[in-house]
Design a protein. Sequence first.
Length: 336
Amino acid sequence: MDRSRSEQRTRRAWGAETFVVAGSTRAVRCNAVVVAFALGCAALGCVPDSSRSTPRGAAAALEELERLAFVPAAQFTLPTAEGPALFQIREPLLFDRFEVRREQWLARAEEWGASEPELEAFVLSWRAAERNIPVTFVTLAEAQRFAALRGMRLPSATEWIVVAVGAAQWPYPWGMTRQKGVANTLELGLGQLAASGSFESGVNPFGIYDLHGNAAEWVTGVAPFPDALASAGRASAMGGSFRTYSRGLLVDAGEPFGRSLPPASRSDDLGFRCCVEAAHYLWEVSASMELEPRSRERLLAIGRRWGSRALTLLGDLSTRPGAPEALRVLAEGAAQ
């Protein structure tokens, strides 16, 4: 897509007067079923690691860091229908605090190029007042491609579960008790997507929002779910949405909260968030930053939010030969 067409599409998307809930025959209506199987990235033709980009410029890199939570490596075993299964995050991750927003999607419109007609029509229906609404109605491959444009990837099903339940293996991201009004699920009665991050009481200990509701989230990889739903050609979406009732994240022999879908599914309550291995990403983006007083304060704030869980990695990175100054500032903030 040429630049003029891309800019025209962005202006039209923000200037649209109405929000259209897609009624495609391919759209998938939500039922709270258990997630089964996710096809791998290579099988779905996503952009390979070697072609991933990183944030464009110092300002963009800093904005990206502010969107991310730090999640340390972790693992635990849970009972499943097939027996005990290991859930793990192999190395520290940076994980989107919020589901990917429409404003982020439009900011990458020029890099994205042409979209499928269904998605193009849906994007053009967005209104300017809804720039903080999660991106939905994308297929698994489209979500993977957008993640790669950010220099990131989608979390695997097992990584998503570890992030959602935490080391304490809570049944809800916010704790042990089911509550109404802390997530955008069907009980709330809102009947539509809310702005990402609207439910402060539903945040998890890592500072990640909307893991339980608002939009369900595409993931990749294989997780130990019941054979009945682990059929070939299916993919996984985790968490609930504004169209599903709330329930525990892990119930009935460890079955997680989610659903099994064809990977080409589109739905107005199906979105995604991104993650990336922390060490390499931090080194790359920190090298692009030129520090001045305001950016230094923002980096300190990011480090403080990540806290002690990030201190070991940041301390190691910041003391390596040639370490960018931004890493030392992040480590300083994490130590406060």
